[in-house]
Design a protein around this ligand. Sequence first.
Ligand code: NAP
Length: 165
Amino acid sequence: MIVAMDEDGCIGRGNDLPWRLPSDMARFKLLTEGDGYNAVIMGRKTWESLPDAFQPLPARVNIVMSRDSGWSAKGAETALYAGRAIEIAYAAGREECWIIGGAQIYAMFIDVVDEIHMTTVHTSGSGDVLFPEWKGSEWKEEIVERIESDEGNKYATTYSIWMKS
Ligand SMILES: NC(=O)c1ccc[n+]([C@@H]2O[C@H](COP(=O)([O-])OP(=O)(O)OC[C@H]3O[C@@H](n4cnc5c(N)ncnc54)[C@H](OP(=O)(O)O)[C@@H]3O)[C@@H](O)[C@H]2O)c1
């Protein structure tokens, strides 16, 4: 799982990201793209929030979850339930499968993923979509890196990896 959230656990605003942080976007691309043999699973709303040029996210199998069996989009594989999303990733022989949000899809997979790659954005009150409740006490955090704000990145961020303990 990969997520960026502010200090209140906020991940989105008005079906968009509350911030544009190139440093974090670069990490998102690096991790989720890997060697070019990965899959990403996202909700239909997150898919719709992607800019046209990133529908689909390049060099990744894009699996989009929707309850609407009639929903389709060029470059997206539709999954009507969580198990189907995983099946599509495996059937395509993908090396890693990343859960990339949003809130509804994080909630669906939070108990099955074994790593959470989290960027904490050092601000608060960013918007109206929150990361779901999760049992942080069952996980161990390894802080990897803090990046200070600069001209391109309005807020400082801390990148950490949470692993099931
Ligand atoms: N900060 C971050 O790291 C990050 C990452 C990703 C997204 N976001 C933000 O998160 C927000 C979107 O999150 P969201 O929670 O509103 O939407 P979402 O999780 O992206 O998508 C929700 C949709 O997923 C489908 N869905 C939900 N549960 C399902 C199930 N059990 N089976 C099949 N399909 C299911 C439904 O699609 P249908 O309505 O078509 O049935 C539902 O409307 C945006 O603001 C986005 O920018 C933030």
